[in-house]
Ligand binder design. Structure first.
Ligand SMILES: *[C@@H]1O[C@H](CO)[C@@H](O)[C@H](O)[C@H]1NC(C)=O
Ligand SMILES: *[C@@H]1O[C@H](CO)[C@@H](O)[C@H](O)[C@H]1NC(C)=O
Ligand SMILES: *[C@@H]1O[C@H](CO)[C@@H](O)[C@H](O)[C@H]1NC(C)=O
Ligand SMILES: *[C@@H]1O[C@H](CO)[C@@H](O)[C@H](O)[C@H]1NC(C)=O
Ligand SMILES: *[C@@H]1O[C@H](CO)[C@@H](O)[C@H](O)[C@H]1NC(C)=O
Ligand SMILES: *[C@@H]1O[C@H](CO)[C@@H](O)[C@H](O)[C@H]1NC(C)=O
Ligand SMILES: *[C@@H]1O[C@H](CO)[C@@H](O)[C@H](O)[C@H]1NC(C)=O
Ligand SMILES: *[C@@H]1O[C@H](CO)[C@@H](O)[C@H](O)[C@H]1NC(C)=O
Length: 444
């Protein structure tokens, strides 16, 4: 049984540019609403008997015919219609193109079954004029998701359509004060409580892939993140897998990330972090931070448990990073456990960098980091380094201007590419690191 099906109503075409229409007044052409009792129809459309999700009232919308056929008004209508107990289904084999910025912070008990492809337009001019802006590292986003009890799941793809952004950003730096070429983050949750993302692929984000802000209990399970370019002189840049700001409760499990920047890197005021069974290829590692960037601001990252991570072909394995230099901030990284970390072809398998970001040794010495680093365990880190740092496989350099204690390295069995047992370097750690280590100056 189909409810409210009025095939001739096509009012959304006139309202698509503003997205300010009354979402209940008109059902867009091609949309359907199926009752939870209509099992035969739910089965037919692929929304019946999902292993982890009970059947729900299910909404479908029309799909796009090409990469500029914007269905964002239909999508917004569909989410509003599915809100409060229902599900929006994006069907397998169909493409849904989003060409307008969307504020999705009204959500309350809703599911999105993404089996098809949700793809953004690459209308750079439009997105640079229309986005959600975050002061933190000058980020923008296409949309933002918020509210409570939101579940996005399925076998489909969220496609950032990043190629044009990669081409046009090539050669620039995100943190360059003169950079005005802002690129959108693929997925942003803001002011969300209990939001989960399961099973989907997140492809070719123009910038960071996921950014969670002012939220609580966010989880990702079974997600695959990938960004690649078809243009050898314009690689994807800053496509971090997971970033967060002011989040309590962040879990990433059973996921794979193949991008050229941080695999997982919670940022200021992220607490209660859980990572298990994560695979990272070509990344900058699983990093706590960077924190302590902005003057006068206290940044905190604490209570993280990170277990069974495989890191291949990357710059870092397990990393902590804190800003130093003139006019930076302060904070603490506390109670972090990294356990069962497998690295291969990795430059710095274990690293505490207290001189972030790209600053000269003399500037770091003149303005050391004010981020305390306490109760950090690296346990059972194994595999092979890349040899980029000679025989050094772990480097813990503390700031002379902050507390640095309770740091334990246990069972570090990382070999160099030549098969030598790797060297641990440390400096300024109160109480040592539990294993023999060389001063930084001796290993140069
Ligand atoms: C894309 O599809 C829409 C809707 O069918 C159509 O109006 C438009 O002309 C198409 N654009 C291109 C470039 O094919
Ligand atoms: C955050 O979401 C809650 C409901 O979940 C709402 O009451 C509150 O106004 C929102 N806060 C902001 C700053 O948007
Ligand atoms: C590849 O990227 C370079 C650097 O931005 C750019 O000049 C060139 O036009 C791009 N090539 C294509 C085919 O887009
Ligand atoms: C560790 O994670 C990998 C995926 O990276 C998974 O295949 C493996 O089963 C996990 N190991 C355990 C003991 O859970
Ligand atoms: C990991 O990345 C390398 C490039 O550095 C690539 O050749 C390889 O196929 C990737 N591994 C997998 C399993 O995707
Ligand atoms: C983090 O929390 C501290 C202490 O509550 C607060 O002073 C600081 O402003 C927060 N930092 C950010 C970036 O929100
Ligand atoms: C350290 O963090 C873990 C979560 O990873 C938490 O269960 C534990 O209570 C924390 N320990 C302290 C002393 O806060
Ligand atoms: C860093 O440690 C010092 C000395 O114990 C303490 O006074 C300060 O509050 C700590 N900073 C943070 C952000 O926890």
């Amino acid at each position: 049984m189909k409810l409210n099906f009025f095939p001739l109503v096509a009012l959304c075409a006139t309202t698509a540019s503003s997205l300010a229409f009354d979402s209940f007044a008109s059902q867009p052409a091609g949309a359907n609403v199926y009752s939870v009792k209509d099992v035969a129809e739910l089965r037919r459309i692929g929304a019946h008997n999902h292993p982890k999700h009970h059947d729900r009232r299910t909404v479908t919308i029309r799909h796009s015919h090409n990469d500029t056929d914007d269905i964002s008004a239909d999508f917004l209508w569909g989410l509003r219609r599915a809100n409060h107990g229902g599900r929006l289904l994006l069907k397998k084999g169909k493409k849904y193109v989003i060409g307008r910025k969307l504020d999705l912070t009204f959500l309350d008990n809703v599911e999105v079954q993404l089996d098809g492809e949700l793809k953004f337009t690459d209308d750079v001019e439009y997105w640079q004029e229309n986005n959600f802006y975050y002061d933190f590292q000058k980020s923008i986003s296409f949309w933002r998701w918020g509210g409570r009890d939101v579940s996005i799941f399925g076998s489909g793809t969220l496609n950032g359509n990043g190629q044009r952004w990669y081409n046009e950003f090539a050669g620039q730096e995100i943190l360059d004060p003169d950079n005005t070429y802002y690129r959108p983050i693929l997925f942003v949750a803001e002011n969300a409580t209990r939001l989960s993302v399961e099973g989907i692929t997140e492809l070719n984000s123009p910038c960071w892939t996921n950014f969670l802000v002012d939220s609580k209990d966010i989880s990702f399970d079974g997600v695959f993140i990938n960004a690649y370019s078809t243009n050898a002189s314009a690689e994807p840049k800053n496509t971090d897998g997971f970033d967060s700001l002011r989040v309590n409760g962040l879990s990433v499990t059973n996921s794979r990330v193949d991008i050229g920047d941080d695999c997982f890197s919670p940022k200021p005021n992220t607490t209660n972090i859980f990572v298990q069974n994560l695979w990272c290829n070509n990344t900058h590692g699983v990093s706590m931070g960077s924190i302590g960037q902005y003057p006068g601001v206290v940044d905190i990252i604490e209570h993280a448990y990170i277990e069974n991570v495989t890191l291949l072909n990357g710059e870092n394995g397990a990393r902590l990073k804190a800003w130093a230099g003139e006019g930076v901030g302060l904070g603490r990284i506390n109670n972090i456990t990294y356990k069962n970390i497998h690295v291969e072809n990795t430059d710095y398998p274990v690293v505490l960098d207290s001189c972030y970001f790209n600053i000269a040794a003399d500037e770091c010495a003149a303005y050391p980091s004010q981020v305390n680093v306490t109760d950090i365990t690296f346990e059972n880190v194994y595999g092979t380094s890349s040899g980029a740092e000679g025989d050094v496989v772990a480097e813990i350099i503390c700031s002379p201007n902050a507390v640095c204690e309770g740091i334990a390295l246990k069972d570090i069995h990382v070999k160099t590419p030549e098969g030598q047992e790797g060297i641990v370097v440390c400096e300024g750690v109160s109480g040592g690191v539990g294993v023999e280590c060389q001063a930084a100056s001796d290993s140069e």
